[in-house]
Design a protein around this ligand. Structure first.
Ligand code: IVH
Length: 719
């Protein structure tokens, strides 16, 4: 090392220590001793040094809190001690039976319990080794979770090193949350930028932790509260109540209030007291957790299949508030369905400001006898959109106006003025004009959604304005937008203008350009062809090279003809499909001899072919060509794919997985070289089955295919 380097390394280490110290004073003790400006100066000096001497950047440097490189996918981390959940209870009676049960199991003993807030966030587990943060994981399926270390490091109240002690292993568990103020501010910013809003602080926190790019997470106002431990070595703890002071000593944020009780009455008092004060907490809480204090007693109580017998969660009733229903507004969805929405006098419910609530449909309004001008009770439970529960009839005014859907909209779509019709089979009224701007807006939103072309900037508000101002008439028009058009677009009103701005516009155009390079499967999904979901789109993309290939697909035509015909040509077509790998012989004998099972069925085949044959479909193809958009099959080269651990493995998903969406599971499989198909055949290698699996599971068993639970699947990924 040169002298200069030695000096730089020394100074960088010194700066890191200083910054960590100030972080602690600011975030954990709420007692800073330097001004923000002085802090920024130290930070900048460190940043400069690290830019000049990148060899001295350490992963635990405070500068790394703003995020390292974006990840391709989360790695998996096995939990040393399983991360379990709690049984929920909703009534005081159930809490009484909980206490009675543990008293019965441990007769003639005092059983002190701790009562603490149930934070409404996302459960995480952090591992400190020798006092240093080693990694952080989500709960996942309880056995294995996502490695979210980079994201966790962006939360400034989480210390990189434990204060005042260095136990060899300290696994600490808690809940990441977005505080109420931060949530409101974030949504306000998103609304200004025309981005989709988060439904509540928990969704916002969960959405943030799922980001692969830590730089985005660093900008989100996240906090954490710790409430338990996993694997622990070199720490003497006998009771849960000893954990709070210990966490504080280590510099780990913990609950500001907790209670000790050893009778049902005392528990109840604590629960009620918490309910009175929890509105003042910076973060959202949705209940109280009651936990046996002594670890020795916990051990003797043990666990049921999925949760401990020594703890229970009591959920407070979803908050209900009265307000006035000022009007009923009718919104038009992507498929033209008209949805009535209540316009309310704004009120705060469960921590967020509410001025709209869904009314579902006309029948629902009739059933509840909701009239304009009524005082109504609205409820907001967790993530659900607020709903109107009932009318306070005693407060009904004489001039309250009954609601007649057809009359209210004058028989016309409130957006485009075309006639509306009530589907005899359904409860919904529908706008019949597929060119309706409202439908276009929703289609644009779908096109730009994360699972489609992932154009983040194009949320509801921006899509609305683009269509309203006539800048786009269909989703594909997005590709002809110019930066200047977007930059000067007014998202507000004429009286209170709010332009989109140069910076946002540049970002949006970049995202639009990037969408051009996305693979065929994503494009196919984004086009919203009836009956083509994610899985079908991926399947079709596996058998075709380009979008034109799909439009004129012989395979799809063969599927159709095969299902329509009964002559001898049928066998020929079947053979052709089998040869192409698009079908295989079905084991079950159909009425017409040995049949085949095709990758996609005749309904999909018909829908896809019809879409591209329609005027709109043909026009779309022309436009894509003009715009030089030619999505291709996924870019993993055959050589690379063959080397991946799940190369050539065929998966089928069925049922609801405990902690992953189908999209997440599919992405994980594809990232490792495997593929997902919609139906089980003998070529299927694994069936990943969740709750309430369909007939696919039975079929898999019939073929003797390996069936995986989510836990097994995660273990497979971890390997
Ligand atoms: S204790 C073995 N304490 O709520 C059980 N959980 O409904 C460990 N939660 O899975 C959990 N606040 O994600 C515990 N003070 C608290 C909590 C809390 C929120 C979450 C946690 C848990 C879920 C149970």
């Amino acid at each position: 090392m040169t002298e200069e380097e030695t000096q730089a390394a020394k100074r960088a280490a010194q700066l890191r220590r200083k910054i960590e110290e100030h972080d602690r004073r600011y975030y954990q003790e709420a007692a800073p001793i330097i001004s923000d400006r002085e802090y920024d100066r130290l930070y900048q000096e460190l940043l400069d040094l690290e830019t000049q001497f990148p060899q001295f950047v350490s992963t635990d440097s405070p500068t790394q809190r703003v995020g390292g490189k974006p990840l391709e996918a989360f790695a998996q981390i096995g939990h040393r001690v399983p991360m379990l959940s709690l049984d929920n209870t909703y009534s005081e009676k159930e809490v009484a039976s909980f206490y009675a049960r543990i008293t019965r199991l441990l007769p003639n003993e005092r059983i002190p319990v701790v009562i603490e807030p149930k934070v409404d966030g996302v459960a995480v587990s952090l591992l400190y080794e020798k006092g240093r943060l080693r990694h952080a994981a989500t709960r996942g399926d309880g056995a294995v979770g996502d490695d979210i270390t980079q994201n966790i490091r962006t939360i400034r109240s989480i210390p990189e090193r434990l204060r005042s002690a260095r136990p060899s292993v300290f696994e600490v568990r808690g809940e990441v949350f977005m505080d109420k103020r931060g949530f409101a501010k974030l949504n306000e910013e998103r609304s200004k930028a025309g981005l989709p809003l988060f439904a509540n602080p928990r969704n916002a926190a969960a959405g943030s932790l799922k980001q692969l790019d830590p730089a985005i997470v660093a900008k989100r106002p996240l906090g954490i509260l710790f409430y338990g431990t996993g694997a622990v070595e070199d720490v003497d703890l006998e009771k849960h109540s000893e954990l709070f002071p210990l966490l504080e000593k280590f510099g780990l944020p913990t609950s500001e209030r907790w209670w000790l009780a050893d009778s049902f009455e005392e528990i109840l008092n604590a629960i009620r007291e918490l309910d009175k004060i929890r509105g003042d907490f910076a973060y959202q809480t949705d209940g109280a957790v009651v936990k046996v204090d002594a670890f020795a007693q916990r051990e003797r109580l043990g666990f049921t299949a999925k949760s401990p017998r020594w703890a229970i969660a009591y959920k407070y009733e979803a908050e209900r508030v009265e307000t006035r229903l000022i009007d009923i507004l009718v919104q038009v969805g992507r498929t033209g369905v008209l949805t009535p929405v209540a316009v309310l006098e704004p009120v705060t419910v469960s921590g967020s400001r509410v001025s709209r609530a869904t009314l579902h449909n006309e029948d629902e309004i009739k059933r509840k006898d909701i009239r304009i001008g009524d005082t109504v009770v609205i409820e907001k439970a967790g993530e659900v959109i607020p709903a109107v529960i009932e009318v306070v009839k005693s407060k009904r005014l004489r001039n309250a106006k009954p609601f007649d859907f057809f009359k209210h909209v004058h028989g016309k779509c409130p957006v485009c003025g075309s006639p509306v019709r009530r589907d005899p089979q359904f409860v919904a009224w529908r706008c019949e004009n597929i060119q309706c701007p409202a439908q276009t807006t929703r289609r644009v939103e779908f096109f730009a959604a994360r699972s489609a072309l992932d154009i983040e900037s194009i949320g509801g508000i921006l899509a609305d304005k683009l269509v309203e101002r006539g800048l786009i008439r269909e989703p594909i028009d997005l590709f002809e937008l110019k930066t200047e058009q977007l930059a000067t677009l007014n998202l507000g009103t004429e009286e209170a203008p709010r332009v989109f701005g140069q910076k946002n516009a540049t970002k949006a155009i970049r995202a639009i350009e990037r969408a051009k390079t996305l693979p065929l499967s994503r494009w196919l999904f984004a086009l919203a062809i009836p009956d083509v979901g994610k899985t079908t789109a991926t399947q079709l993309a596996r058998f075709h090279e380009t979008i034109e290939d799909i439009a004129g697909s012989q395979l799809l035509r063969d599927v159709l003809t095969y299902h329509e015909r009964s002559d001898q040509n049928r066998q020929q077509i079947a053979n052709r499909l089998i040869e192409a790998g698009f079908a295989e012989k079905s084991k079950s004998k159909s009425e017409k001899g040995a049949g085949i099972v095709t990758e996609v069925g005749p309904v999909v085949a018909k829908s896809v072919l019809e879409f591209f044959e329609s005027e709109a479909g043909a026009k779309l193809l022309r436009r894509m060509k003009q715009l030089q958009i030619s999505p291709k099959i996924e870019k993993i080269s055959a050589k690379k794919a063959a080397k991946l651990p799940l190369a050539d493995k065929a998966f089928v998903l069925t049922g609801t997985l405990p902690s992953m969406t189908r999209e997440e599971a599919t992405a994980k499989i594809e990232a490792l070289g495997g593929h997902v198909s919609g139906s089980v055949s003998r070529k299927t290698d694994y069936v990943l089955a969740g709750a309430e699996p369909g007939s696919k599971l039975a079929k898999a068993k019939h073929f003797g295919i390996r069936i995986l639970t989510e836990a097994e699947f995660r273990k497979m990924l971890a390997r």
